[in-house]
Design a protein around this ligand. Sequence first.
Ligand code: NI
Length: 201
Amino acid sequence: MLGPVRQKHLWIILLAAVVVVAVLAVGARLPFWAGKEIEATGTPTIGGPFTLIDHQGRAVTEADFRGSYMLIYFGFTTCPDICPTTLQTVSQALDEIGNTAERVRPILITIDPARDTPRVLADYVGHFHPRMVGLTGTDDQVAAVAKVYGVYYAKAPGADEDYLMDHSSILYLMDAEGRFVRHFAPGAGAAELVAALREVL
Ligand code: NI
């Protein structure tokens, strides 16, 4: 038989055991929650609000594209190679998915607004796809949208008036709410785009 003093000790030991188990249980969950926190805050946010001018001279914001998936590419109309190749690939992919292409808006956002006026863009996007939209704006507006998409661009060094632009070449797929879905690396083919679009549309 345990005396009253030993019984009291037993209760304290039991209480301590319960506390230890509780702490361990909480501790076991901590990495899970902490991990989620890191994951949530560590995910890069791509995309966001913008105000630009479309190739028909109208002021537009990201809200004007709600309801459509957006395939967004940043480039410039006098780009000799990568930009036209990418836009050609986008156009080919949209042709291949048939009617569902109506739910996708291909968009070229110029990173050379000094030369790519709405009129220049209208002529340019017309060469690629009837649904393609060209967007330009002031230097500040273009800088702002490039920033929210994490796009780098700069005038190529040492060039005269026929200057080229250095720029990231990433194609973004955004959903109908304007949220980032995925990106396509430079050189992604039409087949890769078609597969990705068929998956989400
Ligand atoms: Ni280019």
